[in-house]
Write a protein that binds this ligand. Structure first.
Ligand SMILES: [Zn+2]
Length: 397
């Protein structure tokens, strides 16, 4: 029926089992969403894997009603409510790792439909496990050891930003500093941190959360995400007044993040004082080691590669698909990083209103490894395919 190993959900008796199976399978397949959709005669469960929806299974409407109740119980929602939309967060663990699902339930013509989004879950706790080079690790450690300033981690959804931030927090968590976090939601509970959850359901937003936190004399503050001008303004203020502020931003690359802050109305002079460094990152799928093979690139692959790197590729590598990777051709993920540290030259460029092209030209003249170079390095050494490189760097936000 599909590539995700679908089976008949009605064969399983309890709704607890059905929900567990569904969620565990979604995590195993690295799915971003689970949809439970009622139809006229049955309900269908679909998983979104690598951006594409695949049917996971079907169940009779009787089981579906119980599954919806189970989801509401897990999310502390009103079980009796079946008309109004409801939203909540569900925590669970799979293979010993904690996960958070953002659950939404709405009424459709055949009944209630549930959409569960699997949020990024931090799985690593040491920099060396993130696939970073020693140079990047050293720069990160140097920049988060300061007692003031803004340290940003950027990338689109699913780029592994949360994992990098939690690795930084773990590194700083030595018992001698007050680390406070403002997260929507708290995804990973760490001993020694004071973590505050914000969000519509809690009735607290990032700005009021941050104001509250600053009264508690923190040394380090993690603000989950800078999404708007108000959060940007107060995060930068905090960074200027004796706090190390770590946050994330949705942007394509490091220079893009810098300009995003300016677009949000942050003053150039203030940004110059506050900003320490920006890490930009992506996760690329690694070719399955069991069915990896070398092939001669096609003409269009050769041309694309030359445009990216300036010279032609030798051999390229790709997966053939095998039982061990469920014919996905990939298994596991590898991080790629670009690390922009502010220095005197870059600070002057911010003040002199240089544009993005100006920054790019300056960085090109240095030994700066950008995301594209980092990604091509993994294509060259056979860790990933050229196709995955294109998908990661050009298709996703
Ligand atoms: Zn394989």
């Amino acid at each position: 029926m599909s590539a995700v190993g679908a089976f008949s959900l009605s064969e399983m008796s309890s709704p607890v089992e059905i929900v567990d199976q569904m969620v565990n399978q979604a995590v195993r397949l690295n799915a971003s969403d689970i949809l439970i959709e009622p139809q006229e005669k049955q309900a269908v469960v679909r998983l979104r894997v690598d951006g594409v929806l695949q049917t996971f299974g079907e169940m009779p409407l009787g089981s579906y009603d119980q599954v919806m109740s189970r989801i509401k119980v897990l999310g502390n929602m009103d079980v009796a409510e079946s008309r109004k939309p409801q939203e909540s967060k569900i925590r669970f663990s799979s293979d010993g790792h904690p996960y958070v699902l953002r659950a939404a339930i709405v009424s459709t013509n055949f009944g209630q439909m549930a959409a569960l989004r699997v949020l990024d879950s931090p799985k690593f706790t040491e920099f060396t496990q993130l696939g970073m080079s020693e140079a990047v690790i050293d720069k990160i450690k140097r920049n988060i050891s300061g007692r003031y300033g803004l340290f940003l981690v950027c990338g689109p959804t699913g780029a592994g930003k949360t994992t990098t931030v939690h690795t930084c927090l773990k590194h700083l968590n030595n018992g001698e500093v007050n680390i406070m976090t403002i997260e929507d939601p708290v995804e990973y509970i760490m001993d020694g941190l004071n973590q505050i959850e914000v969000g519509e359901d809690v009735g607290l937003d990032f700005v009021s959360g941050l104001r509250t936190v600053l009264r508690m004399n923190p040394d380090v503050v993690f603000v989950g995400e800078i999404r708007d001008a108000a959060t940007a303004r107060i995060a930068i203020q905090a960074a200027l007044t004796g706090h190390l502020v770590i946050s994330t931003l949705h942007s394509r690359n490091s220079v893009g993040a810098l300009f995003r802050l300016l677009d949000l109305g942050v003053d150039r002079y203030i940004l110059n004082y506050a900003l320490r460094a920006i890490v930009s990152q992506r996760l690329m799928r690694k070719i399955c080691s069991h069915c990896k093979e070398i092939y001669q690139p096609t003409e269009s692959e050769r041309m694309f590669y030359r445009r990216e790197k300036g010279d032609l590729p030798g051999q390229l590598t790709a997966g053939r698909g095998c039982d061990l990777c469920a014919h996905n051709k990939f298994q596991g993920m590898a991080g790629i990083y670009e690390m922009l540290e502010m220095d005197e030259v870059l600070r002057k460029m911010v003040l002199s209103e240089a544009d993005e092209a100006g920054f790019k030209a300056e960085l090109d003249s240095r030994e700066f490894e950008d995301l594209n170079s980092a990604g091509l390095r993994l294509v060259d050494d056979g860790t990933t395919s050229l196709h995955e490189y294109i998908r990661t760097l050009y298709d996703a936000g």
